[in-house]
Write a protein that binds this ligand. Structure first.
Ligand code: BG6
Length: 462
């Protein structure tokens, strides 16, 4: 029997920093400041990218580039047997269009991956975690242009070949459905006028689906041991009432997410997608349709919250913030300090739903609580995070009892990292505290939190 992957997760753009070191190019995220202005740039890059800001949090991240050895040692002592990391695309191909990779970039990941293997930690590697080279945004409006397919495939092939045998679990794209909600973050799209938004984002999504399929084809041909995963920002829509209209709407809203995974897991666009594909008149070739048959081996997903929809949503209805997806507030749930609603049973629901739909093994690639932590007398007592994780783990176990095949659990995040949506470090998720504030000031010292010791003892009992 395969070992269960007990791990944690982080991403290059939120942890590494060293944004201009060893030949790295700029990533789309490197253009984002923190705070309110971050959302302005993310949602309207065309009119905001020329502005300059005092602080770009990804430039320093939490200095994982510098501290990776001691961080991995700490994580190994916590007892994980796997770690989800990502490779920064512009560290390997600084502008995305070079014909050969940046050797210094590859060297960093050689060291990082060898360090993980040294501790018996299985690397689970995302190839693009919101990390399109900025040069591709400038040159071709990101993933709207088909040249990104070849650029990404060249990058992916470099990784697959270089790390062949050392990395077995690959996830080409993080939260592929994010491209519909934040086209700049998900696909490096800068110019996205409202009247063309649907066409541009669905075309970019299609281009990513083609790239994903091509990479799966290459990976399987190169090494049958390679396990390829899709990755979605999950969390089901609940109908607000038992009105049939609300139930129908929930099905339709959930399909916005499944759209991507249906293609990646089944190898073709589902029938419900056909009217939209025709209406948008996307550029889809016969050859691409054929390529899409190269499917993934497992379904990975992030789970932070569920959502609620109503066919009669009135103006002024109370809305909640949640992983970029706004929803009607669910009165039965509590919320985090950032307004994300906490729904452990929703994890069991998502797992059952995904497994029923695809019958492929799942991987929980992210799950965790963003909260303000305080260091008191040198310690962080994050009981709220422990409680959150416990309740989600109970529901994860229940889903497995329901018959769901699960490869592993990668709570977000291994150590505190910069928040993707707000750019704050004060929205902390980690098992390990990093001493730095929202302006980038601090010692970057690491302090294992109470949740670190709790997870350590939980893992010892598995
Ligand atoms: C997921 C992303 O959307 O949610 C992560 O894959 C992100 O990169 C995580 O950090 C939590 O979101 P946030 O915005 O609170 O950092």
């Amino acid at each position: 029997m395969k070992k269960f992957l007990w791990g944690a997760a982080l991403s290059a753009n939120q942890a590494e920093g060293a944004f201009d070191v060893d030949g790295r190019g700029l990533s789309v995220i490197d253009k984002l400041p923190a705070g309110k202005e971050r959302f302005q740039v993310m949602s309207d890059p065309k009119n905001n990218l020329s502005r300059t800001f005092a602080h770009y949090p990804s430039h320093h991240g939490v200095e994982f580039y510098e501290h990776y050895q001691s961080d991995i040692k700490l994580l190994a002592e916590m007892g994980i047997n796997s770690l989800r990391i990502s490779i920064s695309w512009p560290r390997i191909f600084p502008t995305g269009t070079e014909q050969s990779p940046n050797e210094a970039g590859l060297k960093f990941y050689d060291n990082l991956i060898d360090e993980l293997l040294h501790y018996g930690i299985e690397p689970i590697v995302t190839m693009s975690h919101f990390d399109t080279p900025f040069a591709l945004s400038e040159r071709v409006n990101g993933w709207t242009h088909k040249s990104c397919i070849d650029a990404f495939v060249r990058y992916a092939q470099t990784l697959l070949t270089h790390f062949n045998g050392r990395v077995r679990y690959w996830i080409p794209f993080n939260e592929i459905n994010m491209i519909l909600h934040l086209p700049y973050v998900g696909g490096g799209i800068v110019d996205c006028p409202a009247e063309q938004r649907a066409k541009l984002t669905y075309q970019a999504a299609h281009n990513q689906l083609v790239a994903n399929a091509k990479v799966c084809q290459l990976a399987h041909a190169l090494n049958p041991e390679n396990q390829m995963g899709c990755m979605l920002a999950a969390g089901n829509y609940y109908p607000q009432t038992c009105r049939p209209e609300d139930n129908l709407l929930a099905i339709q809203k959930n399909r916005e997410t499944y759209w991507f995974i249906d293609v990646q897991a089944r190898g073709y666009y589902p029938s419900y997608a056909q009217p939209k594909l025709r209406e948008l008149a996307l550029d889809i070739t016969e050859e691409e349709i054929e390529l899409l048959k190269n499917t993934v081996d497992f379904i990975s997903f992030s789970y932070y919250n569920s959502k609620v929809c109503s066919s009669e949503q009135r103006e002024g209805a109370e809305l909640t913030a949640g992983n970029i997806f706004q929803s009607i507030k669910n009165p039965y749930l509590e919320s985090s300090e950032w307004g994300w609603q906490i729904d452990p049973i929703g994890l069991r629901i998502s797992m059952n739903d995904l497994y029923d739909r695809y019958q492929k093994p799942l991987l929980i690639a992210e799950n965790g609580l963003g909260a303000k932590d305080e260091v008191i007398d040198g310690a962080v007592e994050d009981d709220y995070r422990i409680e959150y994780l416990k309740r989600h783990l109970e529901n994860m176990q229940a889903a497995m009892q329901d018959g769901v095949e699960l490869l592993g659990y990668m709570p977000w995040s291994a150590l505190d990292v910069i928040s993707a949506s707000t750019g704050q470090i004060s929205k902390r998720y980690g098992f390990i505290y990093v001493d730095v504030d929202d302006d980038g000031n601090g010692t970057y010292r690491r302090i294992p939190k109470k949740s670190y010791y709790w997870y350590q003892s939980y893992l010892r009992n598995q």
